[in-house]
Design a binder for this molecule. Structure first.
Ligand code: RUB
Length: 321
């Protein structure tokens, strides 16, 4: 939890892989590749719900795998891993900026926007709209139990936006005044369902009830290709001590304190998903996923086709060999 937000988690993991290659000592390229596979597997376990994490790691591992298959030298392998890491990080940062520009077009003067948790994609949409001169109010839910909403409120206020912070339980009271709810995503399933911080799904239900627009802002490396095969996204369960103090728990041993970190918002409660590739209805996610990820049984598209696409698109085409 020192690194929060699915995009930052992905970039932090790729940075860790880069350091692993640069700072460890290996005798051969095979040894480096084997070590990298192990490091990648450990990193993937760190936050199971953020699909950006395995997608980012697979991008680097597949670049390394291609080099190792060709039997390139140790130095060349290190260089190609470095290049893959830098390319992922650059593309990820560019994707967030592009989402900011695309999403800002959806905001108009006088809007009231509600958001939940702390999403870089969402804060970039809001700060971009503000820097374009639009004036609107933002309501941020505090996001128990880790209070990431406070981070969002603080970032937005420092950027000059008008912000209010409310308890999660007050969302329904304020939703009637809200024009758009915008949240981020840790994972997007092929049916357009969005996995995000616990509490997002109930915000979506309330938004639906009050006919408030519900938008998701997310980079396409949060698409979960294995959901096309019916696999479910794993929801991270976190410790009870994030919810109650130890002393309380010790004096209430019979109470089982549960702390799921994420929930799933069904596609019928989502109006639009804003990505760096454009804006889609949730039902369009399966088509985007088919375009960006070949079927897992299929061979990845050849490099000449990939070369015409963005770096991240190439990443997806080469994922998971
Ligand atoms: C953060 C969270 C964010 C998404 C998207 O949860 O749920 O909404 O990760 O963030 P946690 P971003 O604090 O548990 O990581 O847009 O920054 O990728």
């Amino acid at each position: 939890m020192e690194v929060r937000g699915a995009g930052r988690i992905a970039r932090a993991a790729v940075t860790a892989l880069k350091r692993y290659c640069d700072e460890s000592e290996f005798a051969t390229s095979e040894e480096l590749y084997r070590g990298l596979l192990g490091a990648g597997a450990r990193l993937k376990d760190a936050r199971p719900t953020a699909v950006s994490l395995p997608n980012a790691i697979n991008y680097v591992l597949s670049a390394a795998g291609r080099g190792a298959e060709k039997g390139i030298s140790l130095d060349s392998l290190v260089a190609s891993i470095d290049e893959a890491c830098n390319s992922f990080i650059d593309s990820s940062l560019r994707a967030v900026q592009t989402i900011g520009m695309i999403g800002a077009k959806r905001i108009v003067d006088g809007d009231t926007i509600m958001t939940h948790c702390n999403s870089e994609a969402v804060t970039t949409v809001l700060t971009t709209a503000h820097s374009e001169g639009k004036r609107f109010n933002v309501i941020v839910t505090e996001t128990r139990p880790k209070y990431q909403g406070r981070i969002t409120a603080s970032v937005l206020a420092k950027n000059g936006l008008t912000v209010s912070l409310i308890p999660d339980s007050a969302a329904r009271v304020y939703m009637r005044k809200v024009d758009k709810e915008i949240v981020g995503a840790d994972a997007i399933a092929s049916n357009g369902a969005v996995v995000n911080k616990i509490g997002t799904a109930q915000m979506a239900v309330i938004a639906h009830e009050t006919r408030t627009k519900f938008y998701v802002a997310a980079e396409t490396y949060k698409l979960s290709p294995t959901t096309m095969l019916g696999e479910l996204v794993e929801i991270e369960d976190r410790g009870s001590l994030e919810v109650v103090p130890r002393k309380w728990q010790e004096s209430n041993k019979k109470v089982k304190v549960l702390n799921p970190a994420f929930d799933i918002t069904p596609p019928e409660f989502i109006d639009l998903i804003i990505t760096e590739q454009g804006i889609f209805p949730p039902q369009g996610m399966v088509l985007l996923m088919r375009e960006l990820y070949p079927a897992p049984t299929q061979k990845p598209t050849d490099a000449s086709a990939g070369a015409k696409r963005s770096d991240l698109t190439k990443a997806r085409l080469r994922r998971n060999r």
